[in-house]
Design a protein around this ligand. Structure first.
Ligand SMILES: NC(=O)C1=CN([C@@H]2O[C@H](COP(=O)(O)OP(=O)(O)OC[C@H]3O[C@@H](n4cnc5c(N)ncnc54)[C@H](OP(=O)(O)O)[C@@H]3O)[C@@H](O)[C@H]2O)C=CC1
Ligand SMILES: CC(=O)C(=O)O
Ligand SMILES: [Mg+2]
Length: 613
């Protein structure tokens, strides 16, 4: 049997990856002793990872340490999603890496593999089947997964992201195949550092973390919320070019109050009601401290789909000590502000000339409202308190007004203006006469015919945003917005809707989703080495996105550029965010590159196969 001589760097790599672990060094020493140095005797047979104890030994009833040296070739290489190319391994690669006979003879290009997979995906009529097929692909062949996603982004975004990811989370227990991401549960309290160290990658740059309590507009899905960090991080890579190995999806499982899940035999999470108060805060604090200790000051922690009673507090608590970003509060604010800046070209006037009414006064609603008021202040020089008066919010009890202020959650208080109480949305529309109506309630069908007609009777071009996800929770559909406003509405929604023809004209609805912002935003933080997030970076991202909307888009009624241009858009957002980081003295990567757009583009992960020769 041929013995394979491994280059030193191959053997050192896994050791260095775990450089802060004694384990890694022991492994290296043991390799040297066992194989007489840089010789992997097993790889010629099994074609890859050398198991120090071997198969026979592993079946014996005695403690075994599963030590391996991870140099992949042969079967192991084909099972490694990061390096697998499937039928695209060339003839030379098949010879060099012990793949002969393990693959059928045909060699396919990545393009042909892509064509074949799109053909298969399109045959699945059930969205969840497409989701499962995409997850399988990600687990099998990472580069092909990202190539597919990037090249077919408009078609596949609704599969790996909203709306389908919502259904996937609801059914996560029954469609569960292989675990993705890292689970930190109450059981690991006191051991979070060790759990984080189990993650195989050392150079993590972005963590998306949820506790599963407010998954889209679907409520508490407990541990099954994992689909969200996994999906968001796929977009970090596909849309923002952050390499997959730098992305870490995490679900913190503190239990669930979802009775259905607690009684579901396939539920994968802790079967207990949610921990709150000190127990919750302590686990989260342990997590935040351990992350910084392991991955350093510059790892970005994106909070996602926490319930608002924790989300605001976590952001406030950690924004001065960690690089934290709440996508639902800040990312959503930035994408909506961008849509508004762009829409002014269609509506006329300045931001301060408009009146805004929100249905929903939680993370998304108050986050957007605050950024709009901040941007107005930047533009007019007026105090932010003045600008807030142009923005009104309705919660589940009705219009937020001064007389209810005492009983309001802290994040609603700035929006309690002088007005008599109004309970119904349609009456609030008639009383406030907004030019812009924004839905962030998480409850579908709230923009009724009456509401849309009221908006259309007040405004020549009512701007209506139905932001709640997934599609089932959208405040209204594109068809409803266009029909009830007799084709006058400018419409955007959180989850995508198909173009709609009304009176012979085709209307293309925009997708107001934070997916436009967070990938480029995160890339900007990474390339500048930013250590903190600042509101001015959110404003810079909004302006960067709005600047990508062209006359051609406006003609179609669009206030966002198409997702098909997202990599270019993300590079522009990243450059503006990074510029702001340098201006604010928050960047640590010095000197500042001359052309930040080019620099951002050059840093972006490209999923084209690499040659292994
Ligand atoms: N498009 C995008 O990019 C994004 C969309 N979203 C979507 O926005 C929605 C809300 O998210 P988030 O703000 O985090 O959730 P929150 O739970 O923080 O806020 C929901 C708000 O809606 C109010 N509400 C609930 N039911 C009604 C009702 N029937 N009438 C009026 N108001 C109601 C709640 O009132 P009360 O306070 O009285 O309970 C609360 O103020 C979700 O569907 C989410 O998917 C979120 C982030 C990004
Ligand atoms: C898009 C998003 O972040 C949400 O709906 O929660
Ligand atoms: Mg979210």
């Amino acid at each position: 049997m041929p013995t394979r001589i491994l280059p030193l760097k191959h053997l050192l790599r896994p050791v260095l990856c775990g450089e802060d672990r004694k384990f890694g060094f022991l492994l290296f020493l043991r390799t040297m002793m066992n194989g007489g140095g840089l010789v992997d005797k097993k790889s010629a047979v099994a074609g890859g990872a050398e198991e120090m104890c071997g198969e026979d030994c592993a079946t014996m009833d005695q403690p075994i340490t599963p030590w391996t040296v991870s140099v992949a070739s042969g079967h192991t290489l084909m099972r490694d999603p990061r390096h697998n190319k499937g039928l695209a391994f060339t003839e030379k690669e098949r010879d060099a890496h012990y793949l002969r006979g393990l693959l059928p003879p045909a060699v396919l290009s990545q393009e042909l593999q892509e064509k074949r997979l799109m053909h298969i995906l399109r045959q699945y009529k059930v969205p969840l089947q497409r989701y499962i097929a995409m997850m399988d692909l990600q687990e099998r062949n990472e580069r092909l997964f990202y190539k597919l996603l990037i090249d077919n982004v408009e078609e596949l975004l609704p599969v790996v992201y909203t709306p389908t990811v919502g259904e996937a989370c609801q059914k996560y227990g029954s469609i569960f195949r292989r675990p993705q991401g890292l689970y930190i549960s109450l059981k690991e309290k006191g051991k979070v550092h060790e759990v984080l160290k189990n993650w195989p990658e050392r150079s993590v740059q972005v963590i998306v973390v949820t506790d599963g309590e407010r998954i889209l507009g679907l409520g508490d899905l407990g541990c099954q919320g994992m689909g969200i960090p996994v999906g968001k991080l796929s977009l970090y890579t596909a849309l923002g070019g952050v390499r997959p190995s730098a992305c870490l999806p995490i679900t913190i499982d503190v239990g669930t109050n979802n009775e259905k899940l607690l009684n579901d035999e396939f539920y994968t999470g802790l079967r207990q009601r949610r921990a709150t108060g000190q127990a919750y805060a302590e686990l989260l604090h342990e997590f935040m401290s351990a992350v910084k200790q392991i991955y350093g000051e510059k790892v970005l922690i994106q909070f996602e789909d926490f319930a608002n009673h924790n989300a605001f507090e976590l952001l406030a608590r950690y924004s001065s000590s960690h690089l934290v970003f709440n996508d639902d509060i800040q990312g959503t604010a930035s994408v909506v502000l961008s849509g508004l800046i762009a829409a002014l070209k269609l509506l006329g006037g300045t931001l301060a000339d408009h009146r805004f009414l929100f249905l929903g006064a939680g993370e998304a609603g108050t986050g957007i409202a605050e950024l709009i008021a901040l941007e107005m202040s930047k533009q007019t020089g007026n105090p932010i308190e003045e600008n807030r008066k142009k923005i009104w919010l309705v919660d589940s009890k009705g219009l937020i007004v001064e007389s209810h202020k005492q009983s309001l959650q802290h994040f609603k208080k700035p929006w309690a203006h002088e007005h008599e109480p109004v309970t119904k949305l349609v009456d609030a529309v008639k009383a406030i006469k907004p030019t812009v109506l924004i839905g962030t309630s998480g409850v579908g069908k709230q923009f009724t015919k009456e509401v849309v007609e009221a908006m259309a009777s007040i405004n020549e071009k009512p701007l209506i945003m139905a932001l709640s996800n997934p599609t089932s929770q959208a405040e209204c559909t594109a068809e409803e917005a266009y029909t009830w406003s007799e084709g006058r509405a400018i419409f955007a929604s959180g989850s995508p809707f198909d173009p709609f023809e009304y009176n012979g004209k085709v209307f293309v609805p925009g997708q107001a989703n934070n997916a436009y912002i967070f990938p480029g935003f995160g890339l900007g933080l990474i390339i500048s080495g930013a250590i903190r997030v600042h509101d001015d970076m959110l404003l810079a991202a909004s302006e960067a996105l709005a600047s990508q909307v062209t006359e051609e888009h406006f003609k179609k009624g669009l206030i966002y550029p198409p997702f098909s241009d997202i990599r270019k858009i993300s590079a522009n957002i990243a450059a503006k965010v990074a510029t702001k980081a340098y201006e604010l003295g928050l960047a640590s990567h010095l000197p500042q590159p001359k052309n930040l757009v080019k620099h951002a583009e050059s840093c972006m992960y490209n999923p084209v196969y690499r040659s292994y020769l």
